[in-house]
Structure formats: structure tokens, C-alpha cells
Design a protein around this ligand. Structure first.
Ligand SMILES: [Zn+2]
Length: 264
């Protein structure tokens, strides 16, 4: 074995494809493994990392397709996707219909919003100091679910750990509660923070690191919406991270299934 070969394996610079199949989400070694798996939903861009075949089993792949679709189709995520889309697949400015409001891009930087609820205007736009607009209308309600959102983010984070550190690290027992939550839903004893200041952009990134006392912490940026979350359970008495303030973040308690945010 040459020196550089050994170096690459030691550093886990890429996963070792010769290893027996094992799913990083359900830990199965015997189910079907038909395809590669995108760490982030494919609609977030073609440059997302890909886990090789043998890392995610077919049943988990199918389940996460559903979970990701639910998350990306909620407001505000689908709205962010509309905002960052320059032109649709046939080269026209995109349009989208939510509940009782029709949105149409009329130029790269302008959006026309028409309420179909009645004659009088039911949409109020306020320009913010950062140049963005705050849109208020009674004809549109958020369908955001912090649980569906967190399941997608947890799935992405475990996939990112497998890519960067290797499958053995992703399979460590410390991530068992996180993989169970990603796969089956329910609740998770930790927090999800969503930064209020959004800078729309057409891509997704995910970073993670060890944080005390939260264990493995991750930061995901999807269409410019920044999410922070802990991948490991914390004690019930652990407060939301001190470095964050409700003025800057929407804070969701993943122990609760009722609609948040839970700290304001
Ligand atoms: Zn699986």
C-alpha cells in the first residue's frame, strides 16, 4: 500500500465503497440498497453531497423523500424557493399560488402579489431597513411544522457526518436518538432555532461541530434561512442556548408538537 493511499484512508477523505452495506439511518444491513442518497433534498441544487450506494437503504430513502417533500412544500420554505428561482424550467419568470394569494415575478427583482379573497387589497407591504419587504396578509397562513423541518435537518446532518467523518462515526450510539427522530418523527429533547434575518440565496449548506453543553450542533442554511439545532438529547433542565436571543431567532422546543415558536 502506497503512502498516499494510507493517508487518504486514515483521514476518511472519501467513504470506502468496498464495505458491506449498512444504512446510516435504520442501521439495517439486510434490506435493499438500490440507490445513492443526496444528503440534502435534490431540489436544493445539484451540488449537494451524495452518499454512495450501500449507505442508505431503499425504505429509508423512500421515507425521507416524503419527509423532505412535506418540509419543502410548507410556507415559508416553498416561498423561499419561489423567491430564489430566477426563471422556471421553460425560461419564464416563476409564479406560484398559495392558499388565496397568487405570486408572479414580473422582473428579476420584483414580485406581484394578488389576493383572490376579495375586491379590496388585503396585502400590505412594508419596506424594511435591510432593503427587504415584509408582506402581511390575512389570506396566507404559515404551514411550517418545526417537527417536519427538524426531521429533514437531522437527516441532512447525519448524512453530512457520514460524508465527512465516515460511516462509523455516523453510526455511533450517540446519534441513535437523532436517527430515530429523523426516521419516525415524534419529539426530540433539544431545540431548533431559526434566524429571523433571512438573506435569500439559491442553495443549501450544512456545517456541524461539537458544542457544549449541546453535544453535536449543526447549522444549516436552506435558501438563506439559517437553522441551528443540536443532534444529541439534552437534559430537560437545559435552557435554550444562551448565546441566542428571541429577538434574533424563532426558538422551537422539539419536545413539543404544538405550533411554535415556543420562546418569544
Ligand atoms: Zn435504512
Amino acid at each position: 500500500m502506497g503512502h498516499s493511499h494510507a493517508f487518504i484512508h486514515e483521514q476518511n477523505l472519501y467513504p470506502r465503497p468496498q464495505r458491506a452495506h449498512q444504512c446510516i439511518y435504520c442501521k439495517s444491513t439486510t434490506t435493499e440498497f438500490k440507490s445513492v442518497e443526496h444528503v440534502a433534498p435534490e431540489t436544493l441544487g445539484t451540488e449537494t453531497s451524495i452518499l454512495p450506494r450501500g449507505y442508505v437503504c431503499t425504505p429509508c430513502n423512500n421515507e425521507f423523500s416524503k419527509v423532505e417533500d412535506i418540509f419543502l412544500n410548507t410556507l415559508p420554505m416553498s416561498m423561499m424557493q419561489f423567491i430564489v428561482t430566477k426563471v422556471d424550467k421553460v425560461g419564464r419568470f416563476p409564479s406560484v399560488h398559495y392558499q388565496k394569494v397568487h405570486f408572479q415575478k414580473t422582473s428579476p427583482n420584483s414580485i406581484k402579489a394578488v389576493s383572490q379573497a376579495g375586491r379590496s387589497s388585503r396585502i400590505a407591504a412594508t419596506k424594511l431597513p435591510n432593503g427587504m419587504f415584509n408582506l402581511k396578509t390575512p389570506d396566507l397562513t404559515s404551514t411550517f411544522s418545526h417537527i417536519d423541518c427538524a426531521r429533514t435537518l437531522f437527516k441532512m446532518a447525519i448524512g453530512a457526518i457520514a460524508i465527512e467523518q465516515g460511516r462509523d462515526v455516523a453510526l455511533r450510539p450517540r446519534y441513535d436518538p437523532a436517527r430515530s427522530f429523523a426516521l419516525h418523527g415524534g419529539t426530540f429533547p433539544n431545540w431548533l432555532l431559526v434566524e429571523k434575518n433571512v438573506k435569500p440565496r439559491g442553495s443549501a449548506t450544512l456545517e456541524w461541530r461539537q458544542l457544549e453543553p449541546l453535544g453535536t450542533g449543526a447549522l444549516a442554511d436552506i435558501f438563506g434561512v439559517r437553522f441551528m439545532f443540536g443532534l444529541e438529547p439534552v437534559e430537560p433542565s437545559t435552557p435554550a442556548p444562551e448565546s441566542t436571543r428571541a429577538a434574533d431567532y424563532l426558538i422551537f422546543d422539539l419536545r413539543r408538537t404544538d405550533k411554535g415558536p415556543h420562546i418569544t
